[in-house]
Design a protein around this ligand. Structure first.
Ligand SMILES: C[S@@+](CC[C@H](N)C(=O)[O-])C[C@H]1O[C@@H](n2cnc3c(N)ncnc32)[C@H](O)[C@@H]1O
Length: 284
């Protein structure tokens, strides 16, 4: 059993380092995930693990604790309706708006094992000639280095390819290997996978036309969400789109984005506030 003081320590540590909002009902989850670390490192108690983390300096152990608490649940084309809107409305709108530059930048901001960015890459591939000669950048990031390394391999189990992936796409983009279903190198090469903590400043990544930040905000507290929306807003083109998970919204959390009425689960950057006083037209 974890003592209340040690629970409070890990609660604070995980909130500060990963934005994770851990409430007391999650005590069992914390215990079961950390128990594996105790066994692997021959540490006797949660208190001893807390003491080692509190001393600082063991970055690998800190990372292990953070990674152990992450939930990587994901699937191809998760929330199919949202992906249909992406394919039929949001992407065509962005493509029309970028017809001159022929450039598109997309960021999957908590990509887990890669199903989300690969789903996007497959949609873009279907657009074929419409995007011939375009420069398309897909950045995919996650706080967990282990899950990013997995995503890079593009290898999925039978169970994973049966969740959300249309058979025609499985046949077109994957081959069956002894290790599992392997996505083509062509698809893997389209995605730039990197470890990145959403609590950090993403400005070195540049500006994006489309940002997917899905099923991760649910783990954050209100302040963390508000701060993250502000950072995402700064990295988004003025006519860009933010795609959230089905259970997530900007409402009540930020004025940086507004819902796009035509495409539920997509949000647009709020127009920048202006301090200029409106000009009065003087008659006569
Ligand atoms: C439930 S998965 C969602 C994956 C995918 N976006 C989807 O909707 O299917 C949440 C992911 O967020 C990542 N995550 C949690 N906290 C994070 C943080 N502070 N920075 C970056 N990624 C984080 C986790 O490692 C996990 O892979």
């Amino acid at each position: 059993m974890i003592e209340p003081a040690d629970f409070a320590f890990f609660q604070r540590f995980l909130a500060e380092r990963a934005g994770l909002n851990l409430w007391p009902e999650k005590t069992y989850l914390l215990e079961s995930r950390l128990a594996r670390i105790l066994r692997a490192h021959n540490i006797d108690t949660f208190a001893a693990l807390a003491a080692r983390i509190a001393t600082g300096g063991d970055l690998a152990l800190e990372r292990e604790v953070i990674e152990a608490m992450m939930t990587h649940e994901t699937l191809f084309f998760r929330d199919l309706k949202s992906f249909d809107l992406l394919r039929e409305t949001v992407l065509p709108g962005l493509i029309a708006a970028r017809a001159r530059e022929r450039r598109l930048a997309i960021w999957s901001a908590a990509c887990s094992a890669g199903q989300e960015p690969y789903s996007i890459a497959m949609i873009l591939d279907e657009m074929g000639d419409r995007l011939a000669g375009w420069s398309i950048r897909i950045l995919a990031t996650d706080i967990s280095t282990a899950i990013i390394e997995r995503a890079k391999t593009g290898l999925y189990t039978q169970f994973e390819v049966q969740r959300g992936l249309p058979v025609r796409m499985l046949l077109k983009h994957f081959s069956q290997t002894p290790e599992g279903w392997s996505i083509t190198k062509n698809m893997r090469d389209k995605i730039d996978f990197r470890t990145f903590n959403l609590l950090r400043d993403p400005s070195p990544f540049g500006v994006f036309d489309l940002i997917l930040c899905r099923n991760v905000l649910i783990y954050f507290d209100a302040n963390t969400r508000t701060g993250l929306f502000a950072r995402l807003r700064r990295q988004m083109a003025p006519d860009g789109a933010l795609m959230l998970g089905g259970a997530e919204t900007v409402l009540g959390a930020t004025a940086d984005f507004v819902p796009d009425r035509d495409t539920p689960s997509f949000y647009r950057p709020a127009p920048a506030a202006t301090t200029a006083t409106p000009r009065l037209s003087v008659a006569g």
